[in-house]
Design a binder for this molecule. Structure first.
Ligand SMILES: NC(=O)c1ccc[n+]([C@@H]2O[C@H](COP(=O)([O-])OP(=O)(O)OC[C@H]3O[C@@H](n4cnc5c(N)ncnc54)[C@H](O)[C@@H]3O)[C@@H](O)[C@H]2O)c1
Ligand SMILES: [Zn+2]
Ligand SMILES: [Zn+2]
Length: 383
């Protein structure tokens, strides 16, 4: 079968790999019909995530058709069309039982932080991901969810990560009626966070990025105010000025470790790798939220240390909330929102590539070329 193959930073290609097999009674084999590339994959692609091994297959956002099930999987049958959340979760451990599927204690037992994630290096369990024709899905009786009758496939695809992550970003912000919410990052996740902030009662939503085409998009899609940080002397002062010098009620970091905008952070975080990526957006979020406000972090950072202004967090009395998204917990509500026409995530998809063109797809998405917002890969057999 054909599968994405990581060869080192900025080098990916499609190769033949052996077909995956059932290894455990709770496994399933899914034939992928659509897979996305995510901003999280860019951290891997840029070589910023430790223990990303040559030969691995990325991809944690995919839908497909169940082709084989292990003997213990009773809720799926061959032929089911499923969306597969990016978290690999056992469903039974102390954390899964609290709905913290992202923090499953069993699926990535070498780590005490994150649970297993498809195609996300050996720090997230070393599982091969969905940018391929067939994928092994562990704990298949937990995550995979049959796509509801009548739901568009690409809406279902964005339920595997991006929409739930934007929603959880807004949820963790503890938004109260009338709050001013600032979202850093107008990528797919930031766009969804801005859109979802209204569902929690925001009174004002402001998005900050430096890519004009994304700012234009989010302005209409969320809809919201959107500003380019390249045209500001200091984004923190800019936000303070817009909020009676008090700061925003809620700031969301939807950028993570690939942030630009601060030379010191870029050099120490992205060039010299002295910290786990650049924490520029997180700095701005902490410094521009009001005293007693909430900073919600969904942007991904490596597992080692970052230069974060923790003194400001303490002295301002800020609540910081962060996590990988527990997709399964949010699915029932988000499926309902899509079915009722309140959310239409597929509208952010701008590009579709054949799986064979994966190198070009990564290059265009990583370099933000051709007004790319969200690229989808289509394996040949499924086009
Ligand atoms: N927590 C989770 O479960 C989860 C899930 C999915 C994605 N993520 C993370 O969310 C982040 C965003 O993902 P995405 O797919 O939207 O990525 P993306 O790369 O498409 O978008 C990131 C955006 O941030 C902008 N940006 C860069 N520096 C900035 C700064 N200093 N201030 C404001 N904007 C800045 C970029 O121009 C870009 O538009 C990534 O870190 C990704 O790993 C987390
Ligand atoms: Zn993702
Ligand atoms: Zn678990």
């Amino acid at each position: 079968m054909l599968a994405m193959n990581y060869r080192g930073p900025y080098r990916v290609r499609v190769d033949h790999k052996p077909m995956p097999e059932i290894q455990h009674p709770r496994d399933a084999i899914v034939q992928v019909t659509r897979a996305c590339i995510c901003g999280s994959d860019l951290h891997l692609y840029h070589g910023m995530v430790p223990d990303t091994r040559v030969g691995s297959t990325f991809g944690h956002e995919f839908i497909g058709i169940v082709r084989e099930v292990g003997t213990a999987v009773e809720n799926l049958k061959v032929g089911d069309k499923v969306l597969v959340p990016f978290n690999i979760a056992c469903g039974q451990c102390v954390f899964c039982r609290q709905g913290l599927f992202a923090n499953c204690h069993e699926s990535n037992s070498m780590s005490t932080a994150v649970g297993g994630i498809f195609g996300y290096s050996h720090i997230a369990g070393g599982f091969d991901g969905g940018q391929t024709e067939y994928v092994r899905v562990p704990y298949a009786d937990v995550g995979p969810t049959v796509i509801p009758e009548g739901m568009n496939d690409e809406d279902a695809l964005l339920l595997t990560d991006v929409l739930p992550t934007g929603y959880q970003a807004a949820e963790m912000g503890g938004i109260k009626t009338g709050d001013t919410v600032v979202v850093f990052g107008a990528g797919p996740v930031g766009i969804m966070a801005a859109r979802c902030a209204w569902l929690f009662g925001a009174g004002r939503v402001i998005v900050i990025d430096h890519l004009e085409y994304r700012l234009e998009f989010v302005k209409k899609y969320a809809p919201c105010e959107a500003y380019n940080f390249k045209s500001m002397d200091d984004p923190v002062v800019f936000i303070k000025r817009m909020t009676d010098w008090l700061g925003a009620d809620v700031c969301i970091d939807a950028v993570g470790s690939d942030a630009c905008g601060n030379a010191m952070q870029t050099i120490t975080g992205k060039k010299l790798l002295l910290q786990a990526g650049s924490a520029t957006a997180l700095h701005w979020a902490i410094n521009s939220v009001k005293k007693g406000g909430i900073v919600s972090i969904v942007g991904v950072y490596g597992p080692t240390d970052n230069l974060v202004p923790i003194g400001n967090v303490v002295n301002k009395g800020i609540t910081v909330r962060a996590n990988q998204t527990s997709v399964k917990r949010l699915l029932p509500r988000l499926i309902e929102h899509i079915q009722n026409g309140i959310l239409s995530p597929k509208d952010i998809i701008t590009h579709r590539f054949a799986l064979e063109d994966i190198a070009e797809a990564y290059h265009i998405f990583s370099s933000k070329l051709d007004a790319c917002i969200k690229p989808v890969l289509v394996p040949n057999a499924s086009s």
